[in-house]
Design a protein around this ligand. Structure first.
Ligand code: GDP
Length: 297
C-alpha cells in the first residue's frame, strides 16, 4: 500500500536509530529527507510542511536528544504525528445508520470504484451488522451501470431496486425511499451516476438527489492511486454537495499513498473505508494507527 514511502522512511529511521546520540542537526537533516519522501508520495505541500514542522518541534527538545534511545523516540513522534494527520483530532467516526431506513448517498467520478464499493459496503453491513440493505442505481445514462449493480447485488445477496426504464435519478431516489420504508429495510444506498470529470450537470443531479433523499451519510468514493487529484476531487464534491466521509479505493495497488495522508488535513473529511481489491470483501475500515504502522513498516 505504501511501499515506496515506507522504504524511504525506513531508510531514514534506520540510520537515526543506529546512530545512538543525536544532535538537533541530525534531526533536522532527517526531517528534510522525510519531507522529500512525503512529497514524492504525492502528499500535498502544506501537509508535508506542517508534518515536518510538528515532528521537528517535538523531536529537537532535550528530552529526546538526551534520551538513551533518541532515534526510537523520533520514530515514535513520527508515528503519533502520522496518526494525527491521517485521522484528525478525536475518535474515528462511525457510520450513522440508525433510524431506519437510513439513506446513504454514494458519490464520485466514473471509474473511481463507486458501484463496486456500494456493493462491498452493502455486503459488509449485511454480514457484520445484520442490516437489511437495499441498493439502487441512479445512473440513468448508463444502463450497464444499473445492471452491474443488480449483478453485484445478486452476488452478495443484497436486494436492488428493480430497474424501471425512463425514470430520472430523483424519481429513482424517491422510489428507493418508498421501497425501503415499505420493505422494512435498515439502510438504502443510492449509487449516483459518475462522470469522467466534475461538471455542472453531475453536481446538479447529485444535489437534486441529495435534496430528496436527505442522506444520513454521503460517502465519496475516490481512486487512491490518483494522489493529490483524489484530494482535489474530494474538496470539490464537499463544497458542492457536502461529503460526510471518503472511501479510498485501489489501496491494494502500489499507489504513492499521498491521498490517504492529505485527505483529512486538506478537506477535513474522514476516510471511512479503504478498498483493497476487486473482490466483494476487499474493503477495510480505515484505521489510522494501522495505516501509520504500515507506513513505518
Ligand atoms: P464506478 O464507475 O465508479 O462505479 O467504478 P466500478 O465500481 O465499476 O469500478 C471500476 C473498476 O475498479 C472495476 O474493475 C472494479 O473491480 C475496480 N475496483 C474498485 N475498487 C477497487 C479496489 O479497491 N481495488 C482494485 N484493485 N480494484 C478496484
Amino acid at each position: 500500500m505504501f511501499e515506496n514511502l515506507s522504504d524511504r522512511l525506513g531508510g531514514v529511521f534506520d540510520r537515526l536509530t543506529k546512530q545512538g546520540a543525536l544532535t538537533e542537526d541530525d534531526v533536522t537533516a532527517a526531517m528534510r529527507e522525510v519531507r522529500v519522501a512525503l512529497l514524492e508520495a504525492d502528499v500535498s505541500l502544506s501537509v508535508a510542511r506542517n508534518f515536518v514542522k510538528a515532528v521537528t518541534q517535538k523531536a529537537t527538545g532535550s528530552a529526546v536528544t538526551k534520551s538513551i534511545t533518541p532515534g526510537q523516540q523520533v520514530v515514535k513522534i513520527v508515528h503519533d504525528e502520522l496518526i494525527k494527520v491521517l485521522q484528525g483530532e478525536g475518535a474515528p467516526d462511525q457510520l450513522r445508520i440508525d433510524n431506519p431506513p437510513a439513506p446513504i448517498l454514494m458519490v464520485g467520478l466514473q471509474g473511481s470504484g463507486k458501484t463496486t464499493t456500494t456493493a462491498k459496503l452493502a455486503k459488509r453491513l449485511k454480514d457484520r451488522e445484520k442490516k437489511r440493505v437495499l441498493m439502487a442505481s441512479l445512473d440513468t445514462n448508463r444502463p450497464a451501470a444499473m445492471e452491474q449493480l443488480a449483478i453485484l447485488g445478486q452476488q452478495v445477496g443484497v436486494d436492488t431496486l428493480p430497474i424501471v426504464p425512463g425514470e430520472n435519478a430523483v424519481q429513482i431516489a424517491k422510489r428507493a425511499k418508498q421501497q425501503a420504508t415499505l420493505g422494512g429495510y435498515d439502510v438504502y444506498m443510492l449509487d449516483t451516476a459518475g462522470r469522467l470529470h466534475i461538471d455542472e450537470v453531475l453536481m446538479d443531479e447529485v444535489q437534486a438527489v441529495r435534496d430528496v433523499a436527505n442522506p444520513r451519510e454521503t460517502l465519496l468514493v475516490v481512486d487512491g492511486l490518483t494522489g493529490q487529484d483524489a484530494v482535489n476531487v474530494a474538496s470539490e464534491f464537499d463544497e458542492k454537495v457536502g461529503v460526510s466521509g471518503v472511501v479510498l479505493t485501489r489501496m491494494d495497488g502500489d499507489g504513492r499513498g499521498g491521498a490517504a495522508l492529505s485527505m483529512r488535513a486538506v478537506t477535513g473529511k474522514p476516510i471511512r473505508f479503504v478498498g483493497v481489491g476487486e473482490k466483494m470483501d476487499a474493503i477495510e475500515v480505515f484505521d489510522a494507527s494501522r495505516v501509520a504502522g504500515r507506513i513505518l513498516g
